[in-house]
Write a protein that binds this ligand. Structure first.
Ligand code: COI
Length: 363
C-alpha cells in the first residue's frame, strides 16, 4: 500500500498545445520542462508527507540549506515511452526506486518507500501525459526524481528536513550528434570515485567531479571521458554518466564488475540479460584499460559501447589517451551494439515482446 498519492489541486496548464507541439518536434535533451512536478517533504517528526503534484516552477530554498553547502543530494534517471496504441509505459521503475534507496542510505538521506516512488512517477506522468512524445524516432519523456537536504543548518550532520521532487523533460538523443560512434578520452589526471566513496550512489557530487575531466576530453576533441580506478589508474570504471561494455570476437560481452565505484546501471543489468539470451557470454570483471587496448588492436575486442538511461546504447568508435589513440573495430557502429539497441528500445516502445515484464503501464 502506498502511503503517498501525490494529489493534484491545480490542473491549469502552463503551455499551450502549439508551443508544446513545437518543443516535442525537436526536444533535444534536458532543456525543456513540462507543466507539472511531483513534490513531497520529509521531516524527522512527520516522515514523508505534503505529497502533491504542483505546477513546474522555482523552488524556495533557504541560503543556509544543507544541500547548498555539503551536497547532500541524490537523483535518478528514467523515461516514459508512448506506445503505438497511445498508452504510456516506463522501464523497470522498481529498479530505480531501489537504487534511490541505496543512494539515500549512502548519502544519509531518508529512504522513500518503493510504492511512494512509483506513485510519484505515475501521478506526474498522468498530469503531464500530453508531454509524452509520439512513438516516432526515439523521443521519450525523461523523468528526473531527486532528493535534497533542505534544512537550514550549517553543522555537518544529516539534514533533518528533506525535499523530494520529480521533474520531467521531453527528450531526444542524449548526444548532440545523435547515435554516432563516440570518441572517448581516457583521463589519468582525474578519478570519478575512490574506495569507500560514493561511486555507486547516484549523487550530484559524482557528476560535479566529472565535469573538469569532461572539459579535458573536449580539449582533446573527444565526446566523452572514461575514468579508470582511482587507486592504480589501471582498470576501467565508467564514463561521466554511463556504464561501458566490450564485445569480443569469441562472443563474450565484458563490462566492469560492480566494485562500489561504478553505478549499478539499470540499462547495464538489462543488457547483460539480453546479451546472454542471444548467446553472448556475460563477463563482469575488472577490465584493465591497457589489456582492452591490446585486444582492440589485435581484433579480439570488436565492439564497444556506452549505456545508460539517457544515452540508451551508444557505440564507441575510438579511445584517446595521452599516449595516442586506438580505434574500436573500423571506428563505426558495431553490428551487435546496434542490434542490442534495437532490441532494448523495441521492448521499451512496445514493438517487441516484453518477456521479462520490465515495462510498467502509467497511462
Ligand atoms: C541517466 O542516464 O539517466 C543519467 O542520469 C545520466 C546523466 C548523464 C544524464
Amino acid at each position: 500500500m502506498s502511503a503517498l498519492t501525490f494529489p493534484q489541486s491545480d490542473t491549469s496548464r502552463r503551455i499551450g498545445d502549439a508551443e508544446r507541439a513545437a518543443i516535442l518536434a525537436d526536444p533535444g535533451f534536458g532543456t525543456h520542462f513540462t507543466d507539472f512536478m511531483a513534490h513531497a517533504r520529509w521531516s524527522e517528526a512527520s516522515g514523508w508527507s505534503e505529497d502533491e503534484i504542483v505546477p513546474f516552477g522555482p523552488i524556495t530554498l533557504s541560503p543556509a540549506s544543507a544541500v547548498l553547502h555539503y551536497g547532500q543530494e541524490i537523483f535518478e534517471g528514467m523515461k516514459a515511452f508512448r506506445h503505438d496504441d497511445g498508452s504510456v509505459w516506463t522501464f523497470r521503475p522498481e529498479q530505480n526506486a531501489r537504487r534511490m534507496q541505496r543512494s539515500a542510505a549512502r548519502l544519509a538521506l531518508p529512504e522513500l518507500p518503493v510504492e511512494d516512488f512509483l506513485a510519484s512517477i505515475t501521478a506526474l506522468v498522468r498530469a503531464d501525459e500530453p508531454w509524452v512524445p509520439a512513438p516516432t524516432g526515439e523521443t521519450s519523456l525523461y523523468l528526473r526524481p531527486f532528493m535534497y537536504a533542505s534544512e537550514p543548518f550549517l553543522g555537518v550532520r544529516a539534514s533533518h528536513a528533506v525535499d523530494y521532487l520529480v521533474i520531467a523533460s521531453p527528450a531526444g538523443a542524449y548526444f548532440p550528434r545523435g547515435v554516432q560512434p563516440l570518441v572517448v578520452w581516457v583521463t589519468d589526471a582525474f578519478a570519478r570515485a575512490g574506495a569507500g566513496g560514493t561511486g555507486s550512489a547516484k549523487c550530484g557530487g559524482n557528476y560535479a567531479s566529472s565535469l573538469l575531466a569532461k572539459y579535458e576530453a573536449g580539449e582533446q576533441g573527444a565526446d566523452e571521458v572514461m575514468f579508470l580506478d582511482s587507486e592504480t589508474h589501471t582498470f576501467i570504471d565508467e564514463l561521466s554518466g554511463m556504464n561501458v561494455f566490450a564485445i569480443t570476437e569469441d562472443q563474450r560481452i565484458l563490462t566492469p564488475q560492480l566494485t562500489g565505484s561504478i553505478l549499478e546501471g539499470v540499462t547495464r543489468a538489462s543488457i547483460l540479460q539480453l546479451a546472454e539470451d542471444r548467446g553472448l557470454t556475460p563477463v563482469e570483471e575488472r577490465l584493465a584499460y591497457d589489456r582492452v587496448c591490446e585486444d582492440l588492436r589485435a581484433g579480439r575486442i570488436t565492439e564497444m559501447f556506452a549505456c545508460g538511461t539517457a544515452a540508451v546504447i551508444n557505440p564507441i568508435g575510438e579511445f584517446r589517451d595521452r599516449h595516442g589513440s586506438v580505434r574500436v573495430g573500423d571506428g563505426g557502429s558495431g553490428e551487435t551494439t546496434l542490434s542490442l539497441r534495437e532490441e532494448l528500445t523495441g521492448i521499451q516502445y512496445g514493438r517487441l515482446e516484453d518477456r521479462y515484464g520490465w515495462m510498467t503501464r502509467l497511462v
